[in-house]
Write a protein that binds this ligand. Structure first.
Ligand SMILES: Cc1cc2nc3c(=O)[nH]c(=O)nc-3n(C[C@H](O)[C@H](O)[C@H](O)COP(=O)(O)OP(=O)(O)OC[C@H]3O[C@@H](n4cnc5c(N)ncnc54)[C@H](O)[C@@H]3O)c2cc1C
Length: 596
């Protein structure tokens, strides 16, 4: 009962065959999603990179596939190296999900209602397949050297480099690099060696059991989340398909008196029998328990070392954010390193890795922790408010925004990036500076395919001057949907960063504006700058405000002694009615809250 993983050959490193030490531009420690993507992004920009891994395979030995859901943004990033097509070909594409409470379906959602995009919201595929495809692509890249069974045991900062001590089957060796990428996962040795400190770290209460199961039958492309399921003694269940006819099922088991026993194949099979129905044959592929930690570093850069993926932050899998965040970390750092190593930008540009990716790490940790708590409330207050939200969601579509079964991974927006520039007014928030480029049909293909790893300037509505980067123009007649997605009424200039995020935009055709925006990146020095003004808030509550209010309401209930709770909730209702200040809307709220 396990997966068969490929085994890669160990080769004696040149330090041991030639008996001398070398200095490399970049060493990446860890060939997981973060390290492999970083090596790919660096190698594709011609940067000599050595990738060290203590193991000789992909995935995590003896464990199930950890990640399964690979988000649109990760696929776009992998596409630049030609790996996305393999992932898509092997995996299960999905955009839609269903949320159940007990036996009743609350609602169905579509993560990608807009058509004309190269990639779907998600492709489900066992993480080790994705890693295997990345390895095979890297094996074709002369710039990247993959060293299996090379375990980093010590790291020492030196004035102009980092010194590593590495253990191999042939004995230890030392290697130097100008920049070190710590992608060595949750138990990062580099982190411990450099004494990097966590800003937050906490093990969550919930205990889960994964049961991966193989079944014959049709492809089933809907992701199902069951809350309070009678098939799991009132606990949550997750159910979705991966490749090879294997389904991932996750079972909340915190509420069982014998948690360890609930994570055994026998109990998992008994529960699966109830979920799948009588007489449905299935084969268990992997069963095991897991808990998760909420943790992120204070700093994602320490001198010449950078932390990526799980080495930088950890959180629950709800929202499929860990691996997808790791891929985005690599995507953000690689182009900056490539520019600095090529002498095209000042090394201070590298500080913006922390500035842009640290908020992203925090945001991912917060989102996935909240989802975990919504799914398996840990306090009476959390349960009370959650149940109230589910009651409302059963009857009112508006309340679905409050249901949090994992806000699924999307591209981070670098809201406070010092590079963001905007002039003129645009009708698209989705294409604002800092956001990943929205996709759409572009000529025979898609826009994201044309943003090829370097700066790129796109003129909307009229041709513009040639610049020393890729430049092209789009006519409204042929690209109407892109004009809508980019909020362009007439003409505009968009500048894209090498990682495919919007750098700057202005109305009108302006090559000078584009040149200046790129120049500001290349000449970036880490001194305070005026941030781009934030757009006025849209009416209504944002998703982030809704999620924070859930926390605050739950905390208020928990802070109020049980006999006093009803009175407190009544006081809250009166105070909110006064805040709303609209008789009809308050009456509507009273009607929504009725028991039947
Ligand atoms: C149950 C579960 C479900 C998940 N589902 C999803 C999902 O659907 N989508 C998603 O995006 N994420 C998901 N995740 C999270 C995802 O699996 C991780 O976030 C991701 O693996 C992190 O990648 P990484 O490269 O940072 O670390 P890892 O994948 O842990 O890679 C670290 C690498 O470093 C190597 N290494 C460690 N120490 C050393 C050393 N001293 N020297 C050399 N090499 C070393 C290891 O061998 C390993 O190859 C899930 C996680 C779990 C547990």
């Amino acid at each position: 009962m396990s997966y068969a993983l490929p085994v890669y050959p160990y080769r004696k490193p040149p330090e041991l065959t030639e008996r001398r030490s070398f200095e490399y531009p970049v060493i990446v420690v860890g060939a997981g999603l973060a390290g492999l993507t970083a090596a790919l992004e660096l190698g594709s920009r011609g940067i000599r990179t050595v990738l060290l891994d203590e193991d000789d395979t992909v995935g995590a030995q003896g464990l199930s596939s950890r990640g399964i859901c690979h988000a649109k943004r990760s696929l776009e990033i992998f596409d630049r190296s030609g790996v996305a097509a393999r992932i898509r070909g092997k995996g299960v594409t999905w955009n839609e999900g269903e949320v159940y409470r007990g036996a009743e379906r609350l609602y169905r959602f579509n993560l990608q209602p807009e058509a004309d995009q190269k990639f779907p919201a998600f492709v489900n595929l066992q993480q080790f397949y994705v890693e295997q495809y990345l390895v095979e692509r890297l094996q074709q890249m002369p710039e990247v050297e993959l060293r299996w069974k090379n375990k980093v045991v010590a790291v020492q900062p030196e004035p102009d480099s980092m010194l590593l001590e590495v253990e191999t089957p042939d004995g230890p060796y030392r290697a130097k690099c100008r920049y070190l990428l710590a992608a060595d996962g949750a138990h990062s040795v580099v982190r411990a060696q450099l004494g990097a400190k966590d800003a937050a770290s906490e093990l969550l209460e919930s205990v889960w059991c994964i049961a991966d199961v193989r079944m014959a039958g049709e492809a089933d492309v809907v992701r199902r989340s069951y809350l309070d399921s009678p098939l799991n003694a009132g606990g949550a269940i997750w159910y979705h398909q991966m490749a090879d006819g294997v389904w991932r099922t996750d079972w909340l088991i915190t509420h069982y008196p014998e948690r360890d026993a609930e994570a055994t194949p026998e109990r998992a099979a008994a529960r699966l029998g109830k979920l799948l129905g009588p007489g449905k044959p299935f084969e268990l592929v992997w069963v095991g328990p897991y808990r998760f930690r909420r943790r992120y570093l204070e700093r994602m850069r320490m001198g010449r070392a950078f932390f990526l993926g799980d080495a930088a932050a950890q959180h629950s899998p709800f929202g499929a954010r860990g691996g997808n965040r790791a891929v985005q970390d690599a995507n953000n750092l690689a182009w900056k390193l490539a520019l600095v190593l090529a002498g095209r930008a000042h090394p201070e540009l590298l500080d913006t890795y922390h500035d842009e990716r640290h908020p992203a790490a925090r945001e991912n940790v917060e989102h996935s922790t909240r989802a975990a708590i919504f799914i398996g409330p840990e306090s009476a207050g959390q349960r009370l408010i959650r149940d109230a939200i589910l009651d409302l969601a059963q009857r009112h579509a508006w309340a679905r925004a409050w249901v949090n079964v994992g806000r699924l991974s999307v591209a981070s927006v670098y809201e406070d990036s010092p590079f963001n520039r905007e002039r003129g007014s645009f009708k698209s928030e989705k294409a604002r500076p800092g956001a990943a480029a929205p996709d759409g049909r572009c000529g025979e293909g898609f826009l994201v395919e044309r943003l090829g790893g370097d700066f790129c300037v796109v003129y909307f509505g009229a041709p513009g001057p040639a610049l020393d980067v890729q430049t092209f123009s789009l006519s409204k007649q042929d690209h109407g949907p892109l004009f809508v997605r980019y909020g362009v009424a007439d003409t505009a200039t968009y500048v894209f960063r090498p990682d495919g995020h919007v750098l700057a935009r202005c109305t009108g055709i302006d090559g000078h504006f584009a040149r200046q925006a790129m120049e500001e990146v290349l000449s970036y020095r880490n001194h305070p700058r005026k941030a781009m003004p934030t757009p006025p808030p849209a009416p209504g509550l944002t998703q982030a405000q809704i999620d924070r209010l859930y926390d605050e309401l739950a905390a208020l209930v928990d802070a109020t002694a049980a006999p006093e709770r009803e009175r407190m909730l009544a006081r809250l209702a009166v105070a909110l009615a006064r805040g709303v200040g609209d008789y009809e809307r308050v009456r509507e709220a009273i009607n929504s809250a009725r028991a039947t």
